[in-house]
Unconditional design. Structure first.
Length: 242
């Protein structure tokens, strides 16, 4: 990345809302995040969106140390970030993924229990439920709500499985549950919020927090990178490199 001005000569990753898949991107200097020594360019590119989303979504849910959080798609880019950030915040992590072969990765990052989606309900209920769910599947909302303890929270981040299931308000009322939505892009202009998140994340980056890079594609094969996302067989962050 070419940087002009007082920041010239240092390594940065850029935090932008859209339009990053390009040979050249112009961003304001305040959108640059310093990259610690020891992080590869691919790791630096994998950090901003996933880790900021994980931290801010957990904080928006009002997490407290000692609580138990269910991280879905825990072997993916956001999932691996969320497992690490949750552990750094003092949370107990239950990791879930679509395939058994993906579970070793979130466990290596600090998840105490890992299960496939088929195994998940039985295993979580045996634990006594969870306090928080990071919901990325979409069609699993009703199941996720059933796994929450009283006063539990569900943070709706995405619908990777493509189907959004309506929520029954009576289910929320009977256990005093809360459902909140989270999307990073509208928050990029809220400087105090981002400063708080980065003050927590950056000192740990490359130490207790480290992006998990999956497949790396050359720029000419960007279409194949998107297909790999759709196939859902990858782990970690898919990166397109110039």
């Amino acid at each position: 990345m070419e940087v002009v001005g007082q920041a010239e000569g240092r390594r940065y990753a850029a935090l932008i809302g859209q339009g990053g898949l390009a040979e050249r991107v112009a961003v304001p200097r305040e959108a640059l995040l310093p990259v610690p020594e020891g992080l590869s360019p691919e790791e630096a590119a994998s950090f901003p969106v996933s880790f900021l989303t994980a931290y801010l979504a957990l904080k928006q849910a009002g997490v407290r140390p000692g609580e138990r959080v269910l991280v879905q798609a825990a072997a993916g880019a956001l999932g691996t970030a969320a497992v690490q950030v949750a552990r750094a915040l003092g949370l107990e992590v239950v990791a879930a993924a679509s395939r058994a072969e993906k579970l070793a990765l979130p466990q290596s990052l600090g998840a105490g229990l890992a299960a496939t989606y088929e195994e998940l309900p039985e295993k979580v209920r045996a634990l006594g439920g969870v306090d928080l769910v990071l919901e990325v599947r979409g069609k699993a909302v009703e199941e996720s709500l059933s796994l929450l303890r009283p006063k539990g929270r569900l943070v709706y981040i995405g619908a990777a499985e493509g189907e959004v299931v309506p929520v029954n308000p009576l289910r929320l009322m009977r256990k005093n549950l809360s459902v909140v939505g989270f999307w990073l892009s509208p928050l990029l202009g809220e400087k105090p919020l981002l400063e708080e998140a980065l003050a927590f994340l950056l000192p740990r980056l490359g130490k207790t927090l480290r992006p998990v890079v999956g497949k790396v594609f050359p720029f000419a094969e960007a279409e194949a990178a998107f297909q790999a996302l759709l196939d859902r067989g990858h782990v970690g962050k898919i990166v397109v490199r110039l």
